[in-house]
Write a protein that binds this ligand. Structure first.
Ligand code: OGA
Ligand code: ZN
Ligand code: ZN
Length: 551
């Protein structure tokens, strides 16, 4: 009760860490012994952890600081550092609120009226031109289940190029791509001029293709209009109106079959698939390819009543979004959620679509990678902010200095994490945290920079940054002639930073796991003060930095 607010906040953090399940916390240790610095992959097995694992001691950062929390483990004495931002972002939570983007909770369900004036569409040229527009289209596919690209070149095979902008084509028995037009001897009703009612494609495949693309090359026939129905919205309506039927459809495996001369496919899946928490995850609906169910007679009655009820619901006016594909349009849609339809068409003109399949995981991955650049906005901002403009006593600005250091590391063929460390080694100066501490002689900017960077990167990046000031003091002792090469400003700060290390300090430094990286960064640091040198902009390094972001 007499605690100061800062102390209360700090001890609260210790209590929070102590309350976390030890096996979970240790499994997430980011140190280079536990995770490979290059790939970020774990280097240990769950069975390698000692029995009786427990948090021995929690060492908290100074009040208000950005330093990670250090955990000392018993019985093995291992040490882990967890950024407070990481602990905040990964608090224990109800899994119903987090996780799987495939289920209804990760989606925006719709009826036709909901999309009036906001059908997700983009011009092909704009889509290709920039990551923002591209992300918006992919996000629409993930969230609404579809997007329409317009002005896609009307070339045979172009649908494959569209799929390859965000993922990988899924080849099937219909080929890498398939032509949707009237065929003389069709193996599928799609290849006639008949009406096709709302359905998902390839329900007889396991796994089912999760994305479908339809690219319109010609559409001059009378009829042949398109429609989309949100199957998740329909399933949610069924659950609300007739929960018993919904339950029947989630628990009855339905045989879907397809056969022609060369193919015989079969998958047994429910019409509505829910995840382990009961959330709608996949809808499979195709009247053309439902096979013969074999179940007890009462269960068949129950299934057919529920199937019919769902079928009627799917045809309910208002659910279906109607539109007409024009030549150059390419529709991308979630084949585990949306049902697609077309009206019958006359043979008075030509209707020719090309289709292909792809998968949602690849699309989600492309979208996540496009969004990584947003995560780094704050860091990018520091490079363009006022702090980057000058570098006391040097002839280059702070931003130029760091860009030169990054470029030198890259030219030397350094691994990505050291290029990043070189590029970012002085962010402690930019962020304003070190400035407050300029009075105590500058030796904090490595610390402040590393703490700031722990928001984005693991120790393979942060520790060389933390140690780059110590590396200067080390090199002055360990390497004859090194000190003579320092710039005047660097010589000045050396004294403020404590001067060269003693022999004993130097030996202890050299034994640290990140010492070699810190020394490498230090050398690029010294060289990166060339006025007028050509250097890449910060954007040049974004792909490298985004690859290093911790998950
Ligand atoms: C299909 C299909 C719709 C159309 O090929 O899977 O449903 O508009 N085609 O022709
Ligand atoms: Zn279809
Ligand atoms: Zn520097």
């Amino acid at each position: 009760m007499t605690d100061q607010p800062g102390a209360a906040a700090a001890s609260h953090l210790s209590a929070r860490v102590a309350a976390l399940p030890p096996a979970w916390l240790r499994d997430n240790c980011p140190c280079p012994e536990c995770r490979d610095p290059r790939s970020g992959q774990k280097l240990f097995q769950i069975t390698d952890l000692p029995h009786g694992l427990a948090v021995g001691e929690v060492v908290e950062p100074a009040a208000g600081g950005e330093a990670p929390v250090e955990v000392r483990w018993v019985p093995d004495g291992h040490r882990s550092s967890f950024p407070v931002t990481w602990l905040d972002a990964h608090r224990p939570a109800d899994s119903a609120l987090t996780g799987d983007r495939r289920t209804e909770t990760g989606k925006e369900l719709w009826t036709a009226a909901d999309l009036t004036g906001r059908v997700p569409e983009a011009r092909w040229d704009d889509y290709l031109a920039g990551p923002v527009r591209r992300a918006r289209v992919l996000d629409a596919v993930q969230r609404l289940g579809f997007a329409l690209l317009r002005g896609v070149p009307r070339q045979e095979g172009q649908v494959l190029a569209v799929a390859e902008t965000f993922g990988h084509v899924r080849e099937t028995n219909y080929g890498r791509l398939f032509d949707v037009r009237v065929e003389p001897d069709p193996n599928n009703l799609a290849f006639t001029s008949a009406r096709i009612t709302p359905h998902t494609d390839n329900p007889y495949r396991d796994p089912v293709p999760t994305l479908q693309l339809l690219h319109c090359l010609e559409n001059s026939a009378t009829g042949g209009d398109s429609g989309l129905v949100d199957g998740f919205a329909a399933a949610a309506a069924l659950r609300a109106e007739d929960p018993a039927s919904f339950a029947v459809l989630t628990r009855t495996p339905v045989p879907f079959v397809f056969r022609d001369d060369r193919t015989e496919l079969r998958a047994d899946r429910p019409l509505i698939d829910v995840d382990p928490l009961g959330r709608i995850r996949e809808v499979r609906f195709n009247n053309r390819s439902i096979g013969t169910l074999r179940l007890p007679a009462a269960a068949l009655e129950e299934f057919y009543a529920a199937y019919r009820g769902f079928g009627e619901l799917l045809l309910r006016p208002g659910l279906q979004l109607d539109f007409r594909l024009a030549p150059g349009d390419c529709l991308i849609f979630d084949n585990t959620r949306l049902l697609h339809t077309r009206t019958a068409f006359a043979q008075d003109g030509c209707r020719h679509l090309q289709g292909a399949y792809a998968d949602l995981d690849g699309l989600a991955s492309s979208l996540a990678v496009l969004r990584r650049a947003d995560d780094l906005d704050a860091l990018t901002g520091l490079f363009h902010g006022p702090g980057a403009a000058e570098y006391l006593g040097e002839e280059v600005t702070m931003a130029e200095h760091m860009l030169q250091a990054g470029a030198l590391a890259e030219a030397a063929g350094a691994p990505a994490h050291l290029v990043a460390a070189a590029l970012l080694h002085d962010v402690g100066h930019l962020s304003g945290h070190a400035a407050e501490e300029a009075g105590d002689g500058d030796h904090r900017h490595g610390q402040a920079g590393a703490d700031l960077l722990s928001r984005w990167f693991g120790p393979e990046v942060t520790e060389p940054v933390r140690l780059h000031v110590a590396a200067k003091r080390y090199l002055c002792t360990a390497e004859p002639g090194y000190r003579a090469g320092l710039s005047a400003a660097s010589e000045h700060t050396l004294r403020l930073q404590g001067g060269p290390m003693t022999e004993a300090e130097a030996a202890a430094f050299a034994a640290m796991p990140q010492a070699a990286g810190a020394v490498a960064v230090r050398r690029w640091d010294e060289q990166a003060k060339e006025p007028g040198a050509a250097m890449p902009g910060f954007d040049h390094f974004l792909p490298l930095l985004t690859r290093l972001l911790r998950g």
